[in-house]
Design a protein around this ligand. Structure first.
Ligand code: BJW
Length: 247
């Protein structure tokens, strides 16, 4: 197997997806065939789905909260923690995962691009209440309400058709600019993601456009596999611990 040299010249941007949490027991979207209770996930992970049936959406996220609370980080998460300790500010982890497992493993420089399963916010954009930590598994038939304005509360998740937080995108952009102009080696590694959902799936092109080197670690071929220069097929919990050569 190829190894990825991580030395004092290297800047590393990592993108993770659901596959990295698979070995912890968190189901992937592809693994569910994009379905929940036989319906497309888009129906419960979209603003339209929430407007139509908020009870159903909260049932979906309460089930996911219950499932994710009982799982633990795996060796793939741990490898990324070790790489970050080695590289310091020359490391950034952008994750599409909302399960919080990277932070629980010890990753510190993390951008949660699609939000966090254990946070809730008001669905009323005019309400001043900030997103808050919320581990509650709401009882069947419950939709929580906002104590400030009375509107419905919603999961703090980026649903299909919603814009990602510009602050998160700027953090990734800013890191990429610094890496590309550092005079060092800019590396992008995506792991456990199907490369089907944008803007995350387009990061490989941006890094290549900036002169970076690109790596993919995935169990199955991703939709954007051909756009990576290096590809390692396998489980991230088995590949990542062996892939990095820390110098
Ligand atoms: C393993 C493994 C192991 C398994 N080891 N590997 C450009 C073109 C076309 C459309 C668009 C575009 N830009 C934006 C869009 C629209 C849309 C989009 O991308 N649609 C596509 C379906 C085409 N994007 C958006 O709406 C985004 N918003 C946006 O861009 O706003 C501006 C805009 C709006 C509208 C139009 C244009 C612009 C928001 C995207 C938010 C995504 N949210 C979700 C659901 C909510 C989160 C939740 O409830 O959890 O986030 S979608 C779902 O997919 C989830 C994931 O984070 C995301 C990515 O999935 P991921 O992580 O790749 O998982 P899987 O399951 O798909 O794949 C797992 C992979 O792991 C597989 O390949 C396995 O082989 C592998 N694997 N075990 C290693 N052990």
């Amino acid at each position: 197997m190829e190894t990825l040299l991580l030395d004092s010249n290297t800047w590393l941007l990592v993108l993770t997806g659901a596959g990295v949490s698979a070995e912890s027991g968190v189901p992937t979207f592809r693994g569910m065939n994009g379905l929940w209770e036989d319906q497309p996930v888009e129906q419960v992970a979209s603003p339209e789905g929430f407007a139509k049936d908020p009870l159903r959406v909260w049932r979906f996220y309460s089930q996911r909260r219950a499932g994710a609370a009982g799982v633990s980080p795996n060796p793939g998460h741990d490898a990324l923690v070790a790489w970050e300790r080695h590289l310091g500010d020359r490391f950034l982890l952008a994750t599409q995962n909302v399960d919080g497992l990277h932070s629980r493993a010890g990753s510190q420089r993390v951008v949660e691009m699609h939000g966090n399963l254990f946070k809730t916010r008001c669905s009323n954009d005019e309400c001043k209440r900030a997103p808050f930590e919320d581990t509650t598994v709401y009882a069947e038939g419950t939709v929580p309400g906002c104590k400030d304005c009375g509107s419905l509360l919603r999961p703090h998740i980026v649903w299909f058709g919603e814009y990602l937080d510009p602050t998160d995108l700027e953090r990734i952009q800013d890191f990429s600019l610094r890496a590309a102009s550092s005079g060092g080696r800019f590396v992008f590694l995506a792991a456990g993601t199907s490369g089907a959902v944008y803007p995350a799936a387009g990061m490989v092109d941006q890094v290549r456009g900036a002169g970076g080197e690109t790596w993919l670690v995935n169990l199955d071929p991703a939709e954007n596999s051909r756009r990576f220069q290096h590809s390692v097929q396998g489980k991230s919990g088995e590949v990542l611990p062996k892939l990095g050569r820390l110098v």
